[in-house]
Design a protein around this ligand. Sequence first.
Ligand SMILES: [Zn+2]
Ligand SMILES: [Zn+2]
Length: 178
Amino acid sequence: MQWTDRRPDGMGALGAPRWTVKAGPTSTARLTAGGAGRKLAGMTDNEITGGCLCRAVRYRAPGEPLWVAHCHCESCRRSSGAPFVTWAGFPKDAVSWQGEPPRRFASSPGITRSFCPTCGTPLTYEGARWPDELHLLVATFDDPEAVTPARHVYWREHLEWIEPGDALPRHEGSALED
Ligand SMILES: [Zn+2]
Ligand SMILES: [Zn+2]
């Protein structure tokens, strides 16, 4: 199944965001005291931190994603402004947020994306096919090299002038399909 983002009528259809902003004393202190990528006392290696360009939105996720993949679909391309993007999947309830809640919108039926309402950095993807997962854009990690992509997906939509030099599998659609 292929999805596209050619349905601007879906924008805003989801209504109020349901982000849980867990800005407890500990995380707030870390957020205030820490610069980008700085590891503070008490912050374990088993954690991924990241956020948007202007730092209004910050998140924390487990150090081991469920999977990491490059996506070449037109929707990701258009929503990011980049030729392709790299996603990491996490259990939805294992990701916590600090600061400003991301702005969410339905990019196509069953698919919700989010971005920083201040600077516009795209941040997340949620799909009805993965109801328990939240996908984070690896390029928004404080340390994007902390994870390693394992595959290319939606290769059938890739730009002809994108020819990665890696030997990773290239799935025509999602990794579930082929
Ligand atoms: Zn921002
Ligand atoms: Zn995509």
